[in-house]
Design a protein around this ligand. Structure first.
Ligand SMILES: [Zn+2]
Length: 474
């Protein structure tokens, strides 16, 4: 490790951060929150829950008395805000869906906060964008602090070089160019455009990484996987970050192992969404995702009712930091599983064992069964000739398979893959294969392996883009 690599992070933490904090209230809050989060992670689970439930009671009190939507909801349900004291009590409230948020934004927003609020918008690559308001003095500082803590778990220190393989147009710099550039210079962050990721662009992107020599490489799992495959296929040995951070999409095991092999370093995945920002992240034990419980409460539910530990269900988030547009039991549209076991690292923060993915990445069989999208990805992982693939369900009883690649000479391979699909989807499902020259990314620059266009009123109804990029990628 060079002297610069040791000195700059120290300089950053003890000189640059305090100077930025003097000039900017958000930076000041962020530094203080980070120091707090670095301590609270070691509290016991019980103490952490107790602290979060204290915040929950404040939030519920505020929502039920000052926010029109919740005021009338509590009246209608004949509930007193004091009835909701613990996480289990939240079940008295219905989940807040994206549709409800979309239709009731003003009623869900605290009146009189125009001067201190910031409009916050999700990408909406498959549905209408979701809009909500956050407090511009505190909200971002809490989520940024949680993000920095997660990156510290991965072994990154503030001020170390980070290169982002990113695509979302929402995260493009919005500051004046010179301030923005100075900011990124001090942060030592650089950007590669995940939108521009293509076979032709890969050599120059890898070249840029060689020159940048980042400590951390961060990006969408699918983009890093494409780059990792290229690095392996071309036996490239001189792009060696110390750690890799993946986010915004489900990270499949095959992607993780390929990326780790290609770059010779561990991958740390973290999970969040634009509405509530960072929710959970991996620690060095990689036993799941520690929930940033100081900022958000989570519930795993089926039909709004909390399921026992070890069972999977829909994830609901109660954002403890947003008093402008309070989100109580917000349905993000992902399914997860929590076993309730402790992580060997000793952190008291609860662990999401598995993020199963978005509810609308689920294929519905002609018989009415649900098959999680991940199953379909296994059909093509091992076909090296398949450059890209996507499974699209347009209707019940019909599955479209889009493939990019030259099938000549691989007919048996293709037949094996299709037989695998047929085994799971049943005889009533027809499967069409179409060869295409490319499969586009979503508007936010990400790639979806499975797309279900069926939206029934139940489990697969979550239209939207819950993993549409975490915030704060500066
Ligand atoms: Zn841990």
């Amino acid at each position: 490790m060079g002297a610069q690599q040791v000195i700059y992070p120290l300089l950053y933490r003890h000189a640059i951060m305090p100077i930025m904090a003097l000039r900017d209230v958000e930076e000041r809050n962020m530094s203080a929150h980070l120091r707090e989060l670095e301590k609270t992670q070691w509290l016991t689970r019980e103490d952490l829950i107790r602290k979060s439930e204290t915040k929950l009671r404040k939030l519920v009190q505020h929502a039920a008395t000052s926010v029109p939507y919740y005021r009338s909801l509590f009246q209608r349900l004949r509930l007193d805000p004091r009835d909701i004291r613990q996480i289990k009590d939240l079940q008295q409230l219905p989940p807040l869906t994206k549709e409800i948020l979309g239709e009731n934004l003003e009623a869900l927003t605290t009146p009189g906060t125009e001067g201190v609020r910031l409009r916050h918008q999700t990408g909406g690559s498959t549905g209408e964008p979701t809009i909500l308001y956050v407090d511009n003095r505190t909200r971002k500082s809490w989520s940024r602090a949680a993000c920095l803590r997660a990156w510290e778990w991965a072994g990154w220190r503030s001020g170390e070089k980070m290169c982002n393989l990113w695509g979302s147009y929402l995260d493009r710099p919005t500051r004046p160019p010179i301030t923005e550039r100075l900011y990124h210079l001090s942060q030592r962050t650089s950007w590669l455009d995940a939108f521009a990721l293509s076979e032709e662009a890969l050599p120059s992107m890898v070249d840029r990484l060689r020159r940048l020599r980042p400590v951390a490489l961060r990006g969408y799992a699918s983009a890093l996987y494409v780059m990792g495959r290229y690095v392996l296929e071309n036996s490239i040995q001189d792009v060696r970050p110390r750690l890799i951070l993946t986010t915004t999409e489900k990270l499949y095991d095959r992607q993780r192992s390929t990326i780790e092999k290609a770059f010779g370093c561990p991958v740390f995945d973290y999970y969040g969404n634009r509405e509530t920002n960072l929710i959970a992240s991996e620690c060095p034990e990689h036993k799941g995702y520690h929930v940033a419980l100081e900022n958000a409460l989570i519930e795993v539910v089926r039909d709004g009712v909390q399921v026992p530990a070890g069972e999977s269900g829909d994830l609901l988030i109660t954002d403890l930091c947003n008093f402008i547009t309070p989100l109580l039991r917000y349905e993000v549209g992902d399914q997860v599983r929590v076993t309730g076991q402790d992580c060997p690292c000793g952190r008291g923060l609860p662990v999401i064992d598995e993020i199963l993915g978005r509810s609308h990445d689920i294929i519905v069989t002609a018989e009415g069964g649900y098959i999680h999208g991940e199953l379909f990805t296994h059909a093509f992982w091992d076909c090296a000739w398949v450059k890209k693939f996507q499974i699209v369900q347009e209707s019940i009883g019909h599955l479209g398979v889009l493939l990019v690649g030259e099938p000549k000479g691989h007919e048996d391979d293709l037949e094996t893959a299709l037989a695998y699909l047929r085994r799971y989807v049943g005889a009533k499902m027809t499967i069409d294969v179409n060869f295409v020259s490319d499969i586009p990314q979503t508007r936010a620059g990400k790639f979806r392996f499975v797309v279900s266009k069926i939206h029934d009123s139940g489990r697969t109804a979550a239209i939207g883009t819950s993993l549409e990029g975490t915030h704060d990628v500066r």
